[in-house]
Structure formats: structure tokens, C-alpha cells
Design a protein around this ligand. Structure first.
Ligand code: HEM
Length: 405
């Protein structure tokens, strides 16, 4: 009712009516205040994550282009071989805690080109084509690293379109296009502009030639709902070429819990929060987490010897004496992982960017990094130390990092 047309003077109203009006006014004010405050809160909370943004219609009408609301700034002066790579040093000087450890990430920072680009693509290409010189000629690394299921076809096409467009828009000095093709200006190879109508396995091989990141596509599988952990997300497609101590084939087409079961404490400490998070993540939200470890060689694909649970049952992990360590053969390894959900198919995508650098380079970073890394190694609980084989390399690596030369 408009106040100018009010028939009664408030003061003359019966007491109950006054109370009701006061109540209504208070409610209106509260609702106004709450929605305003909540809007602001949500805005700042979502600054990076773009959570709760509506699912956008793609620009081209072909699903899988970059949604309009995700801002991507073209790096017009970008020189791919001259930029400083990211320093992926997530270790903390303190007790290791098994938790999600995720942070929101700007869309702008999702997929990266760094001076390692050609080298990593070349390594990955050889691994998925069974011709990497680091592995025996009869080892089938392709079957262990390149995966597809029928149910993931649409998601792979959507992912291909999003990724190729992302690279094109973000890196105009590295990619160009016409209506039908995208050309990678670093490798001088051309690829289809859109994935529709192309075999998704082939699309994944194209992606290997264009991005440094491995990628895993996860979907729910209604046909497995009655199996153990069958309500979880399943690893349904992708490229897992830089596996860090497991054979990805054993984890393919399996739910999250099966994939992580061998990590000490996973079921008790992580399973619940991880499943909740996977069920909650919204389309176009980006989150990141990073891990780290140390390995005694520079191999990218490792399916055996850098995780404790791959060792024979009777193997007792003992510290390797300092004088038996070949420190120049040790490498620091870190994965920068990003999770997002595709808008159309609602598949969850997990991208993994692997940093593998000589341990001596990390040592040369200076006191702060060295001390933090020493603190991180000392902070492993016993079960995690065994999982990462730090019970063997840990004590001597600590000594090496403590030395000044
Ligand atoms: C928020 C998401 C995730 C979290 C919090 C998480 C957590 C972890 C943790 C704590 C580990 C132990 C090593 C490390 O610190 O990284 C691990 C290992 C691993 N994760 Fe995840 N993970 C996530 C998503 C995924 C996804 C989507 C896959 C898809 C396949 C995956 C596959 C693996 C594999 C294969 C290992 C090695 C397991 C082993 O050594 O047996 N993770 N993950």
C-alpha cells in the first residue's frame, strides 16, 4: 500500500495493527540489509573463484568456447622462452598435514606456457607414443597414460574447445587461427579449431601437443552406483603422462577413493571432504593445490620406484648414508594441480602441471627456501615419510641442504 493513499493515521490505529505494521517494516528492512550485505560478501568471496556465476551461453553457439563472464586478458607482449617460470615451492616449515589444501585461482592463471614448453610437450608426446628413450622398447607407456571411455566423449570435445580457445585468446603471440584451424606458432603445427566430429582420443593427442599440463576428466557413473564408492566421481578420460609413482592404468575408470586409497590417512582424513568438494564445485570455478617430493632421477613418467607402497612388502626403508648419495642425480618434483567443472557436460577436469628441477637448483634459491624445505622434510609423519620414501633420502638430503656450498 502506498503511504500517500493510507486511509488511517498510524497513531489512531488499534494496537495490534500498529504491531503488525512495525513487524512488516522491520522484516522489509532486515531483508533489504541482509540481501545487500550477502551480495557484497559473496562478491568478494568469489573474486577469484567465479563461484555462483550463472552458467554462460558460449559466444559461438558451439558449446565449449570461453564463457563470456570469465575474463581472459591477452598477453600481447608474451615471449614464451623468456619469461621466469613459476616457483612451485609449496613446502612448509612444520608438521605435514594431510588436507585438501586448495585455494581459489583466477581463470587467467589456469594453463601456462613457460620456457619448458617444448621440452615437456616432446617428453609427453614420446611417452604416449611408446617411443621415449627412458623406457624399455617393449614397455607400453601409451596404454598407461592415454585414456578414453565412451561416456567421456562429449566432455573431451568440450574440454578441447575450451582449452584451444583459451590458448588462442591468452597467448596471441603463440597461437593464431582462422575459421577452421588453430596454428601453434611455437611448433608450427595446425589443429582443428573445434573438436566436434573428431575422434576424442585424437583430440586428447592434439592437446598433448599444445599444453604442458596433463589432464584428467572425471564423471559420475550411474552404472556403478551400487558398487563400492560408486556414488563418487570416476576417472573417465585424459592424459596422465607424468605419473609420479603409480601406474595410471590401475586407477583408470575408478572412483576417487580407489585412486587415493594407498595414501596413508586418506580414508580417515580426506575422503569425506574431497567427495563433498567434488559434489559442490560449480561450473567455471577454479581451485588449485600443489604437492612436492624428491626423486633420485629425472624421469617424468614413474610407475614404480618413488612411492613407498610400490616396494616389496619385506623392503625396510633405511636412511641412505650420505657418502652413498649421488646428489647431482636427485630432483625436486612438484605438481601444480587445478580443478574446475565444465559448464556444459559438468565433467570435472583436473589439470596437472609438473615441475622437475635439479635439487641443486632449489638449494641455490637461498636460505629461506632451503630452511623451509628442511623443515618440510623433517615435518613428515612416519607414514607419509615412508609413502614418499623420505625415510631413505630424507636424512642425507637434509644434511646436503644444510651445507653452505
Ligand atoms: C581436491 C582434489 C584432490 C586432492 C585434495 C588430492 C589429494 C591427494 C594427496 C594428498 C595425494 C598424496 C600426494 C600429494 O600430496 O599430492 C594425492 C595423490 C594422488 N592423487 Fe590426488 N587429490 C585430488 C584430486 C585428484 C584427482 C582428481 C585425481 C584423478 C585421478 C587424483 C589422483 C591422484 C593420484 C593418482 C595420486 C597418487 C596416489 C598414490 O600414490 O597411490 N587426485 N592426491
Amino acid at each position: 500500500m502506498n503511504s500517500t493513499t493510507t486511509e488511517y493515521n498510524v497513531l489512531t490505529l488499534p494496537i495490534d495493527t500498529t504491531k503488525i505494521i512495525a513487524l512488516v517494516l522491520t522484516s522489509i528492512i532486515s531483508i533489504f540489509f541482509f540481501t545487500n550485505y550477502w551480495g557484497k560478501y559473496n562478491k568478494s568471496y568469489n573474486k577469484n573463484s567465479l563461484k555462483n556465476e550463472p552458467i554462460e551461453k558460449s559466444k559461438s553457439g558451439l558449446y565449449g568456447n570461453i564463457p563470456e563472464k570469465l575474463e581472459l586478458i591477452p598477453q600481447t607482449d608474451f615471449k614464451w622462452d623468456q619469461i621466469d617460470p613459476l616457483k612451485s615451492y609449496p613446502f612448509k616449515n612444520g608438521i605435514y598435514k594431510l588436507n585438501m589444501g586448495i585455494k581459489n585461482l583466477n581463470y587467467q592463471d589456469w594453463l601456462l606456457i613457460e620456457p619448458t614448453y617444448l621440452n615437456r610437450i616432446e617428453n609427453k608426446f614420446k611417452i604416449i607414443n611408446n617411443c621415449h628413450p627412458d623406457y624399455p622398447i617393449d614397455k607400453d607407456t601409451r596404454s598407461s597414460t592415454l585414456f578414453i571411455t565412451d561416456e567421456a566423449y562429449e566432455a573431451v570435445i568440450e574440454f578441447y574447445n575450451i582449452v584451444m580457445n583459451y590458448m588462442l585468446v591468452k597467448y596471441p603471440t603463440c597461437f593464431s587461427s582462422n575459421e577452421t584451424e588453430i596454428t601453434n606458432l611455437i611448433t608450427n603445427e595446425s589443429y582443428p579449431r573445434f573438436g566436434k566430429g573428431i575422434n576424442p582420443l585424437k583430440l586428447q593427442e592434439y592437446l598433448v601437443e599444445n599444453i604442458e599440463e596433463d589432464f584428467i576428466i572425471l564423471l559420475k557413473d550411474p552404472t556403478k552406483i551400487h558398487e563400492k564408492n560408486g556414488e563418487e566421481y570416476f576417472f573417465k578420460a585424459g592424459v596422465f603422462a607424468f605419473a609420479a609413482g603409480f601406474d595410471p592404468l590401475e586407477r583408470f575408470n575408478k572412483p576417487l577413493t580407489f585412486i587415493h586409497e594407498r595414501i596413508p590417512g586418506y580414508v580417515e582424513k580426506l575422503k569425506l571432504s574431497m567427495n563433498k568438494f567434488f559434489n559442490r564445485i560449480s561450473s567455471n570455478q577454479f581451485v588449485t593445490r600443489s604437492n612436492w617430493s624428491i626423486q633420485s632421477h629425472n624421469k617424468f613418467y614413474v610407475d614404480d620406484n618413488n612411492k613407498g607402497h610400490n616396494l616389496p612388502e619385506d623392503h625396510i626403508q633405511k636412511p641412505i648414508p650420505y657418502n652413498e648419495m649421488k646428489f647431482n642425480e636427485y630432483y625436486y618434483r612438484s605438481e601444480r594441480q587445478v580443478l574446475t567443472k565444465l559448464p556444459k557436460t559438468e565433467a570435472i577436469v583436473f589439470t596437472i602441471r609438473t615441475y622437475l628441477i635439479p635439487l641443486s637448483e632449489v638449494k641455490a634459491e637461498g636460505k629461506e627456501v632451503r630452511e623451509r624445505l628442511i623443515g618440510g622434510i623433517k615435518g613428515f609423519p612416519e607414514d607419509i615419510a615412508r609413502y614418499k620414501r623420505a625415510s631413505e633420502w630424507g636424512p642425507s638430503i637434509i644434511q646436503y641442504l644444510e651445507e653452505d656450498n
